[in-house]
Write a protein that binds this ligand. Structure first.
Ligand SMILES: NC(=O)c1ccc[n+]([C@@H]2O[C@H](COP(=O)([O-])OP(=O)(O)OC[C@H]3O[C@@H](n4cnc5c(N)ncnc54)[C@H](OP(=O)(O)O)[C@@H]3O)[C@@H](O)[C@H]2O)c1
Length: 240
């Protein structure tokens, strides 16, 4: 059994991946900011340890990784999952500042975490970065900073995969719409999200539990020949 570090473990896709890994018998360190939801995931399994950390603050991230190092933790995998979609807006009018928080969390924190995690990763470990179809195969006009951050995350994924030569594998998952608080917010509320999803290629969005096995597969040795890829998982959404 392995040990995994998951960001954004308190909600949505990260939570589903955290619970699934624990069910499979792995130890999981789950990062998030919300202590209440952190306590909920810890209550779900004794294998889950919640770590409170705002990933956009370098000093908090460094303190977390120092703590894991001091505990002699080694990691079999890392899921860089926490993200924000920032402020939607027409690309010709968005100020440069609209990119700041989005790139800080979605790209720079992910990069920093990978850098700090490398010494803890075992030979054969796997890193999965949560990109999106937005930034890979679909480019809605109002989400420029988010799409650009995800496209950059895919490039970073491939760069690390090349650099690590298979000693650690790096892949990006590019999900279509998933039923989570983030997507509800993006569509202006849960009801509007479900109305929009009725026009999805297959009639609804995925639940986090439906997509979590893709991530746990990529984190496992079962995917040992999958490296440096950006994989679209969207139930056919991008075909329409
Ligand atoms: N939902 C979709 O349709 C969809 C589609 C494609 C890709 N994705 C990607 O999937 C990933 C997860 O999204 P989700 O839909 O599952 O969202 P979610 O349910 O809103 O979960 C986001 C998670 O990120 C954590 N988080 C946010 N900012 C953080 C920060 N500064 N520091 C630490 N943790 C932070 C949140 O924890 P706290 O609140 O506890 O801080 C929460 O656990 C994102 O990368 C997103 O871009 C989502």
């Amino acid at each position: 059994m392995g040990t995994f570090l998951i960001t954004g473990a308190t909600s949505g896709i990260g939570r589903a991946v955290t619970l699934r890994l624990a069910e499979e018998g792995h130890d999981v360190y789950g990062i998030g900011r919300d202590e209440g939801r952190g306590a909920d995931i810890e209550a779900a399994s004794p294998r889950i340890t919640f770590i409170k950390c705002d990933l956009s603050k370098d000093e908090e991230l460094e303190a977390v990784m120092d703590r894991l190092k001091a505990m002699d933790v080694t990691l079999d995998g890392l899921f860089n999952n926490a993200a924000t979609f920032g402020r939607p807006g027409t690309p010709e009018r968005l100020p440069s500042s609209a990119f700041d928080d989005v790139f800080e969390l979605n790209l720079l924190a992910a990069n920093r975490l990978i850098q700090l995690a490398v010494p803890l990763l075992t030979n054969g470990a796997s890193v999965v970065n949560n990109a999106a179809i937005v930034g890979h195969v679909k480019f809605p006009p109002m989400l420029g900073p988010y799409a650009a951050s995800k496209a950059a995350l895919i490039a970073l994924t491939k760069t690390f995969a090349h650099r690590m030569k298979g000693k650690v594998r790096f892949n990006a998952v590019c999900f279509g719409p998933v039923d989570t608080p983030l997507s509800h917010k993006l569509y202006g509320g849960e009801a509007k999200f479900h109305e929009a999803m009725s026009h999805h290629f297959r009639g609804n969005a995925a639940k986090p539990e439906e997509v979590a096995p893709v991530v746990t597969f990529l984190l496992s040795d079962l995917s040992s020949y999958v490296n440096g890829q950006a994989i679209t998982i969207d139930g056919g959404y991008s075909l329409s």
